[in-house]
Design a protein around this ligand. Structure first.
Ligand SMILES: O=C[C@H](O)COP(=O)(O)O
Length: 254
């Protein structure tokens, strides 16, 4: 089964209601490849999820940027997976490096979150990636494997999981991984899945790249054999996000 190209837009902690409406209007008017070719998911801050969902074109979907690790209750400031399900929010991003670094989310905590969110019926974009220090120390694959293992240890059904490989040094820095660097890690990650999970999961799980993706570099990155799409930060707030969605066409001609 071919892996459908996936383009996620992570708006992070940005925007006002007016800006959200403007971005969504731009997306709604865009001519992009059909849903058979590309799956598009945008991820506004929690407070703008209902607004975004209510005005977004029906062929695009929404994701939360996080959710709580277990059933809701006395967890001030948290949003539970059940609440997202209740609002028909189909996707959630978990394990983003900003949360791992700034909020001390460990591999195990992220693995627990992924398992809990999947069990509630959410689809998960699970983020992994190394820091510059780790890359320079030659431990990229050890780091990525340990992050993925914490998920694999807790998850048996991978059909609702997309893995986002996001090297931390490339996030918001304008310093994009070269297509060869991205392909190398995606290929190794797929081999890791084949060895440690199953050949079927390795062949069918989408591994998308994130880190300074823009309208100019998306086609070459998307043309790599094991790059199945993108998780886009800064550029997802701009009209060039449409060009990034269109990069899905490179797979059709491949
Ligand atoms: O979730 C998205 C990534 O953090 C990438 O962000 P960026 O495209 O601004 O580098």
């Amino acid at each position: 089964m071919a892996r459908k190209f996936f383009v996620g837009g992570n708006w992070k902690c940005n925007g006002t209601a007016e800006e959200v409406k403007k971005i969504v209007n731009t997306l709604n008017e865009a001519q992009v490849p059909s849903q058979d070719v590309v799956e598009v998911v945008v991820s506004p801050p929690y407070v703008f999820l209902p607004l975004t969902k209510s005005i977004l074109r029906p062929d695009f979907h929404v994701a939360a940027q996080n959710c709580w690790v277990k059933k809701g209750g006395a967890y001030t400031g948290e949003v539970s997976a059940e609440m997202l399900v209740n609002l028909d929010i189909p996707w959630v991003i978990l394990g983003h490096s900003e949360r791992r670094a700034l909020l001390n989310e460990s591999n195990e905590f992220v693995g627990d979150k992924v398992a809990y969110a999947l069990a509630q019926g959410l689809k998960v974009i699970a983020c992994v990636g190394e820091t510059l220090e780790q890359r320079e120390a030659g431990s990229t694959m050890d780091v990525v494997a340990a992050q993925t293992k914490a998920i694999a240890d807790r998850v048996s059904n991978w059909s609702n999981v997309v893995i986002a490989y996001e090297p931390v040094w490339a996030i918001g820095t304008g310093k994009v991984a070269s297509p060869a660097q991205a392909q190398e890690v995606h290929d190794e990650l797929r081999k890791w899945l084949a060895k440690n999970v199953s050949a079927d999961v390795a062949a069918t799980t989408r591994i998308i790249y994130g880190g300074s993706v823009n309208g100019g570099n998306c086609k070459e990155l998307g043309g790599q054999a094991d790059v199945d799409g993108f998780l886009v930060g800064g550029a997802s707030l701009k009209p060039e996000f449409i060009d990034i969605i269109k990069a899905a066409e490179v797979k059709k001609s491949a």
